[in-house]
Design a protein around this ligand. Structure first.
Ligand SMILES: C[S@@+](CC[C@H](N)C(=O)[O-])C[C@H]1O[C@@H](n2cnc3c(N)ncnc32)[C@H](O)[C@@H]1O
Length: 511
């Protein structure tokens, strides 16, 4: 039997070209020479496993046996991936592209379809959904479809199981990790079902004709960190295939080092705040950022150096250009561009009342970009996030409000409710007491304090607060809650009944 590690292996004198040609025949792809360095090792390993000692014999078995070629491909593909890799792409997707796509798709009664091409072990497609949920809340899962494929069957098996070691979490903060993953073993984490179940994985080959018959009508493609392994001709062929899958107005992301080789006029290269991506036809970004004029060689360095809002030298003229168009917006937001922060706030409020939190959130993000000290904007955002059970994000918004206005009633009320949601009674008590200190006639703070004291068995205090809440509700109704987004869908009568019912029960208690 052949030992793959011995110097005597027949593979040492192996003619690699027939193997390379065979891979080309089967996959339609020419891998670059650096990938071919893997090829002799991969062949050696497969020969060892198949107990074949002659390369020619192995070559024949490859020709006859489809499974064997898959085993070989699994070995030569590079599967390096991790969550939220190149976060600027997710930022652009969330802040600029997705809202416009969503609107267009809603008009067509379709979902936004996003593809992770060459998804490896799944970190990329799951990251797409994680970033969308982080930005728009869980409702977004109903409006989006994520499909993913890879040529490597082993990588796909891992992707479907969605269990990962710490290596995959390089780009993930602790809060995100806790929110979207369950610990399944020492240093092993699995994507939670709500995200995991939403990605559809396929075994497909970027170079194959069947790609275009299996996938179509894709709105956004992530095609990152793969083309670097292909020869130029293959790069063009694959890119053409992918471009044909895109809807008009769709987008394609490559990794930052891969944009230049693909800027050959098939899709438009766009630049938003120094982040580059491709667009097909008339995309829905209202403002047309100028076509990027970059020389072929130093462009990638240029790109990485000039981040958000930083003046970028115009390589063509040698002059320093003004920062890239700051906030190019989807069509819906184009109309909003001229609106003031307060107008955006009002519009967002309107959507909140209609319970369309995604639209509201898009407007609030826009508003906060225009005015980072808009207390109302942060409070509204906190309320929406709280409704979506995004406790930590909501709390951060409240803290931001308190930084600007330490006497803000709404922030204290929201912090109290958030603490209550988390079962942190002490914190909730503290926050509602602060709220009451600011406004003794706030029925909501009285009501929640009554509830908390009741739970703590402090009947006397609880009784007083219920009575006060009842009185205030009789006088002013529910609307004086102190909150912009009211978390409960109760009527005055229902809250009043709740108070009375609790008071009845407390009558029989001593304290
Ligand atoms: C380095 S990983 C990149 C993963 C992910 N896109 C990212 O950026 O994190 C490259 C992936 O491309 C896949 N790949 C290579 N050739 C392919 C082909 N012809 N068709 C589909 N996937 C391919 C490999 O199997 C590998 O999983």
């Amino acid at each position: 039997m052949l030992d793959p590690n011995t110097e005597n292996s027949n593979v040492q004198s192996l003619d690699i070209f027939p193997f390379k040609r065979l891979i080309f025949e089967r996959t339609g792809l020419n891998y670059k020479d650096n990938t071919n360095q893997f090829l002799p090792d991969a062949i050696r390993e497969r020969m060892f496993r198949a107990c074949i000692s002659h390369p020619a014999q192995y070559y024949h078995s490859l020709r006859k046996n489809d499974d064997e070629i898959h085993h070989l491909i699994n070995l030569i593909t590079v599967n390096e991936s991790y969550f939220l890799r190149e976060p600027q792409h997710f930022r652009i997707l969330n802040n600029f592209l997705f809202p416009g796509l969503l609107e267009r798709k809603k008009d067509e009664e379709k979902k936004v379809r996003i593809l992770s091409a060459g998804c490896s072990t799944g970190e990329e497609p799951y990251s797409i959904l994680i970033s969308l949920v982080k930005n728009f809340g869980e409702d977004v899962l109903d409006d989006v479809e994520v499909v993913a494929f890879d040529i490597d069957l082993e990588a796909l098996a891992t992707a479907r199981l969605a269990g990962y070691g710490l290596h995959s979490f390089r780009g993930v903060d602790e809060i995100t990790q806790r929110k979207f993953f369950n610990q399944i073993g020492p240093k092993r984490y699995q994507v939670k079902d709500k995200i995991k179940d939403k990605v559809h994985f396929y075994h497909l080959n970027l170079g194959s004709e069947t790609l275009c018959t299996t996938l179509h009508q894709i709105d956004v493609i992530f095609y990152r960190n793969i083309s670097i392994y292909f020869e130029e001709e293959t790069q063009k062929k694959v890119f053409r295939n992918l471009a044909s899958l895109l809807t008009q107005g769709g987008y394609l992301f490559t990794s930052s080092t891969e944009t230049n080789p693909h800027d050959f006029g098939l899709l438009k290269l766009r630049d938003l705040n120094g982040v580059y991506f491709f667009a097909k036809g008339e995309d829905s970004l209202g403002v047309q950022p100028k076509k990027v004029e970059i020389s072929k060689s130093p462009a990638s360095t240029n790109r990485q150096l000039f981040g958000q809002g930083v003046a970028r030298p115009n390589v063509a003229s040698g002059k320093v250009a003004s920062p890239p168009v700051p906030l190019s917006r989807p069509s819906s937001s184009l109309k909003l561009k001229k609106k003031s922060p307060d107008e955006l706030y009002e519009e967002a409020l309107g959507w909140v009342k209609k319970k369309n939190h995604i639209k509201a959130m898009t407007l609030i993000q826009e508003l906060l970009k225009l005015d980072d000290s808009h207390k109302g904007g942060y409070a509204l955002k906190a309320g929406i996030l709280m409704n979506q059970s995004r406790i930590e994000d909501s709390r951060q918004c409240c803290e931001k409000v308190l930084e600007m206005d330490e006497w803000n009633l709404e922030a204290y009320l929201l912090l109290g409710i958030l603490a209550k949601m988390e079962g942190d009674t002490r914190e909730a008590l503290k926050r509602f007491k602060s709220a009451l200190y600011l406004d003794a006639s706030n029925w909501l703070a009285n009501f929640y304090l009554a509830e908390i004291y009741n739970g703590l068995g402090e009947s006397g205090e609880s009784r007083k607060k219920y009575q006060k809440a009842l009185k205030l509700l009789e006088m002013g109704g529910l609307s004086n809650s102190g909150l912009t987004v009211f978390p409960l869908s109760f009527s005055v009568d229902q809250v009043s009944n709740l108070c009375q019912h609790s008071l009845e029960k407390l009558k029989n208690r001593i304290g």
